[in-house]
Design a protein around this ligand. Sequence first.
Ligand SMILES: Cc1cc2nc3c(=O)[nH]c(=O)nc-3n(C[C@H](O)[C@H](O)[C@H](O)COP(=O)(O)O)c2cc1C
Length: 271
Amino acid sequence: MINGKTITELAEARKSIRTYSSKSIPSELMKELENKIAGSSNPFSIPVSFFILSKDQYDLRSPVLKGETYYIAGKVKKEPYAEEAYGYAMEELVLFLQANDLGTVWLGGTFGREAFEKAIGLEADAFMPCVTPFGYPAPKMSLRETLMRKGVKADTRLPADQLFFENDFSSPLSPEHGTEAAFEAVRLAPSAVNKQPWRIVRQGSSYHFYLVRSLKETEPDMQKTDMGIALCHFVLALEETGIKTEVIIKDPGISCPENTEYRFTVCTQTA
Ligand SMILES: Cc1cc2nc3c(=O)[nH]c(=O)nc-3n(C[C@H](O)[C@H](O)[C@H](O)COP(=O)(O)O)c2cc1C
């Protein structure tokens, strides 16, 4: 729960915001965001550093945005699961902002990377997978934003029976009582080009996460970042119903469809 809203409610309410109003953000809320950043963690125990940047101070630009004044950008050392760690940690900030009525949009491609990397002092052994602006949404979307949303069918998601499975990839999962909301929170998660690359196979109290690769693998990789975002929704939604989680990396060896890769497992225990 954040500000009395469940993770699934926040996942339902969130959508990418690319057009911002000029309403200023209260200083107490900025302070809360700074505290949230200072306390940021992720299940991979990979340190991620975040920075709040003012657009004008660093001359930051994105051709898809209108009216934005602040951004969050972050960096993480290049290592296995760095993108998942980044995705998890930044999505926690996105949900916090959503709970406070502030809009965001994950940006991995359509922004001037160089100015951001310079502003955060990016080292050669680290990368900055994505950034997000944040601010109050404008009452009306720009025409460009409306067209972009149509282009990636941003308001649609795959049905649960194509995403979540029982024991192996051959039978769809019927989530047991208490976990439905967590699966729905994953289904509604944002992903690069809305490709929804996450699949989950449940085996008993273990939930194996797989990546269906549909975008070219890059460094940093957008679809691994998507996996971290989905994990964030899943873990936070389970934990708020009293289910304890631990994330491990141990391939169960389930036979996978084409272009599908095991990434990690969420082990659960009812408290
Ligand atoms: C890792 C990642 C990278 C993204 N990169 C961009 C981007 O470069 N430009 C952009 O306009 N949207 C980007 N998006 C936003 C997605 O297009 C958006 O989340 C998706 O279409 C679903 O729409 P929704 O967020 O409104 O639910 C990105 C999203 C994610 C998760």
